[in-house]
Design a protein around this ligand. Structure first.
Ligand SMILES: [Zn+2]
Length: 351
């Protein structure tokens, strides 16, 4: 699947794109309070788990007093959890939980019932909290909340996160809508439904396993060499490994290896000290250039204001198979490394 994505040039936001989105979200979000939550597609909320019916986009419309009775007849492995919820909240939730095919509702597998409780938990925790800060870690967007906790977004493919006026028409792929106290809304749009939201007490529950930030001031060439020492795998898949180093994806890994003149299949432990230093600087250079150009838009990526990036015009090898190498004129080749489309100059980057 990853291969098909690369071939179709559907990019996944990487560090520069996520950084650009974060910079665009800071001003409209910091200091605002959440006043409401609408979840169009439950699985977008990974923590606490919210799962809604496949027809959930119509979920919130029809009031239904019979729901409550029907719910009591439901039995499932998690039924014990179900009975812990006080009744007034139960019936309130019932009203939110129907759709035009409500008569079929009791056929929905029961575990979804208890997971819907995650929606209440999500809403109850979030509403009224102020956004204290918006920052990036790897490819994650982290909103720190008043009273503790963090709301974390992972866009994955095709995910867009934008603050717009509540009066702007919704898109059918706006799967999570968070109302703000200034009349705007934070909308998480997700054509491919791969993006996720996490509401956690401690951000490390989500981002704790990430490797170092390549653009951190404290991240030195020596640190990078230390990371690489003893790693026997090929260098390109290693750069894509988020627990090794955070934020680099397929586009910028290709570009960095080209700038450093290192073949993507080189074994990490075969790199010389000089090559490691070149790669360290190349990674930082391509990421910084990406940020300066507000990210790379091949198809789906937009910044927090809906604008395309400009970095696609500056890519030297990614997506350029058959075109002349900007350094030596040799045609750029495309191969597959670790399941991902890989572009390189066979002359500048010798195996
Ligand atoms: Zn070349």
């Amino acid at each position: 699947m990853a291969e098909a994505m690369a071939y179709n040039r559907i990019e996944m936001p990487e560090l520069p794109e996520v950084e650009t989105i974060v910079r665009g979200l800071r001003s409209p979000l910091i200091g605002r309070r959440f006043t409401g939550v609408r979840i169009g597609w439950g699985k977008i909320v990974a923590t606490p788990a919210v799962v809604t019916h496949p027809l959930a986009l119509d979920y919130h419309r029809i009031p239904c007093s019979q729901e409550s009775e029907r719910m009591r007849q439901v039995t499932h492995p998690l039924a014990l959890n179900y009975h812990r919820i006080p009744c007034p909240q139960e019936s309130e939730r019932m009203r939110q939980v129907t759709h035009p095919l409500a008569l079929d509702y009791h056929r929905i597998p029961c575990p979804q019932e208890s997971e819907r409780m995650g929606q209440e938990e999500f809403e109850r925790y979030l509403v009224g909290r102020e956004v204290l800060d918006v920052k990036r870690r790897g490819k994650y967007i982290i909103c720190h909340l008043s009273g503790g906790g963090a709301l974390i977004f992972h866009l994955r493919m095709t995910g867009r996160l934008q603050v717009v006026s509540a009066s702007q028409p919704l898109d059918r792929h706006d799967h999570l809508i968070l109302s703000l106290d200034d009349g705007n809304e934070l909308r998480f749009n997700n054509v491919r439904k791969l993006g996720r939201v996490y509401l956690v007490r401690d951000e490390d529950e989500v981002v704790g396993g990430l490797g170092p930030e390549p653009l951190d001031d404290g991240f030195t060439p020596t640190d990078f060499a230390d990371l690489l020492s003893g790693r026997r795998g090929m260098i390109k898949p290693l750069l894509l490994n988020q627990s090794f180093i955070a934020g680099i994806g397929n586009i910028y890994a290709n570009e960095a290896l080209f700038v450093a003149r290192i073949h993507p299949k080189r074994k990490a432990d075969s790199l010389t000290g000089e090559e490691i230093e070149r790669l360290y600087h190349a990674i930082r250079e391509v990421l910084r250039q990406g940020i300066e150009n507000r990210g790379t838009t091949l198809r789906h990526y937009r910044d927090a204001r809906g604008r395309e990036g400009r970095n696609q015009d500056l890519l030297q090898v990614y997506g350029r198979a058959g075109q002349p190498c900007p350094r030596c004129g040799t045609p750029i080749e495309r191969t597959v490394v670790g399941g991902r489309g890989t572009f390189f100059c066979p002359k500048c980057q010798r195996e």
